[in-house]
Design a protein around this ligand. Sequence first.
Ligand code: FES
Length: 102
Amino acid sequence: MSNSVALIEASKVAVGGSAEVVAEGKIFAVFNVDGDFHVLDGICPHAGGPLGKGMLNGKVVTCPWHGWQFDVTTGQHCLNNLLCQPGYQTKVVDGIVTVELG
Ligand code: FES
């Protein structure tokens, strides 16, 4: 059975912006790409940096700690095909960015 988790009001994440949200004991990175919301696990796999506090450029976020870059729509690392950050099925429900946990 799926578990919907409300993360943040969509209006609080501007187009081209990102946010870090803690919920259900997890850290989520929320991104607004041209009005479409995408959510990744917020902990960078390199050394634990906060991806939700990274700079978003188009659909690519740059980790603020050491610059690893990920496509936020897929989680794919931009240089290493073997690295893919886990993401979550995301939708906006009544103005709230919501993810499905398995
Ligand atoms: S912790 Fe993200 S690039 Fe190092």
